[in-house]
Design a protein. Structure first.
Length: 382
């Protein structure tokens, strides 16, 4: 049988490729972004309890009402905004799905979407499968900041969405207040929407404040803001997240959602609705992960890799300029096979495979995992 591929140039995601290679070579996996430490026992107990208590049938299509109410309370406290739980929040099977659904909701064939590269690898295929055109703009190496003048220069009558992601995957860069000022000056009085990927909202370090779109009621009017419980509660395998938008955008989002996923895992939503009241669980995340980042940084200082400093996410990027002439993808494979450490080559986050000789390392790991990785990396020299 023959079908015409909707994504003819797309292969297998780099996360799967590197994780598989790590398994094959018994390497420490600092590639794919997931914690290797346990999630909260209290939260897993709450899931078991929810199942025993009989919460095993379909939850409300838009998400368990109590969970949406508590999310509304959470964002009111964090970002000083009133979000209506009935009309503005939808629980989704992960942040990735929320992003895909938002793009499917708004894109018409030929619509342009501004995407900053390196970009999380689902963004461009999500745009293209929906008939959109990705207008790619490179973040400025090495601080990975947004070149706003270039954004202005690339606006056309077809620009439909600007996608932002802070804290950023893969670079860990974060948006500043000035970035929000620039964004606002570009979109005001236009029909341009914003898709804000904020799955790492709590993973921000060095005393910096997360610049959520939810802090700005005027920007939220034109935005879909996407979150992931997997990142907040160390359970990436749960694949649960949510999207927040204005009532009119959310009404359209739900038309797509209802015929795709319809509703998400009930017992986990019941458990999260109870657990989310423990603010400490998410308010302490930045400190906990910054400790890991700082520990990893101190270990990496003993290797030949050069840090590209950043302030958020699960990741830090390191340059291998002057150490190897290999393409970053080849070096990532070499390090996995010969030094027992899997990473992710940052060229995988550029459609044209731009190679700045940078590797991404996930530091959301136990201390002994990071120690073991460094044992392998110190012997890598020019
Ligand atoms: N966006 C970014 C930038 C991510 O790193 C992730 C994590 N995979 C997601 C979205 C989506 O997370 P999930 O679908 O696992 O909730
Ligand atoms: N977000 C994680 C990463 O960037 C993994 C996502 C995935 O495997 N699709 O590594």
């Amino acid at each position: 049988m023959y079908i015409q591929s909707k994504l003819p140039n797309v292969g297998t995601t780099i996360f799967t490729v590197m994780s598989q290679l790590a398994v094959e070579h018994n390497a420490v996996n600092l590639g794919q972004g997931f914690p290797d430490f346990m999630m909260s026992e209290e939260l897993t107990d709450l899931v078991a309890k929810a199942m025993r208590d009989g919460f095993n049938q379909y939850a409300h299509m838009n998400g368990l009402p109590l969970l949406r109410e508590r999310l509304s309370e959470k964002v009111a406290q964090l970002y000083q905004i009133n979000i209506h739980p009935d009309t503005q929040i939808t629980v989704t099977p992960g942040g990735t799905y929320a992003i895909y659904t938002a793009l499917t909701t708004v894109l018409q064939p030929g619509d342009e979407v501004i995407v900053f590269e390196p970009a999380y690898d689902s963004y461009i295929p999500n745009i293209e499968v929906n008939g959109g055109v990705a207008v790619r703009i490179a973040l400025q190496y090495p601080d990975y900041s947004i070149p706003w003048d270039e954004v202005r220069a690339k606006l056309t009558s077809k620009t439909r969405v600007i996608m932002i992601n802070s804290p950023h995957n893969p670079t860990g860069s974060v948006l500043s207040e000035q970035d929000i000022v620039e964004l606002r000056s570009i979109v005001t009085n236009t029909n341009i929407l914003i898709l804000s990927d904020e799955v790492y909202e709590h993973l921000i370090y060095d005393g910096i404040t997360h610049q959520s779109i939810l802090r700005h009621a005027d920007l939220l009017e034109r935005s879909f803001v996407c979150f992931s419980f997997g990142k907040t509660y160390h359970c990436t395998g749960w694949k649960l997240g949510y999207c927040i938008a204005s009532p009119s955008l959310m009404a359209e989002f739900r038309k797509i959602h209802q015929f795709n996923c319809f509703t998400c895992d009930t017992p986990k939503q019941v458990a999260l609705a109870a657990h989310i009241t423990h603010k400490e669980a998410y308010l302490s995340l930045g400190t906990m992960l910054q400790e890991k980042r700082d520990y990893f940084r101190s270990l990496m200082a003993n290797t030949a890799f050069k840090l590209i400093p950043s302030h958020g996410s699960y990741f830090e990027c390191y340059s291998f300029e002057g150490l190897s002439n290999l393409a970053d993808k080849d070096l990532a494979i070499y390090l996995t096979k010969h030094h027992g450490v899997a990473t992710v080559p940052v060229s995988a986050f550029y459609k044209d495979s731009t190679d700045n000789q940078v590797l991404r390392f996930c530091f959301a790991k136990q201390k002994n995992t990071l120690d073991k990785a460094i044992e392998g990396l110190v012997s890598f020299k020019a």
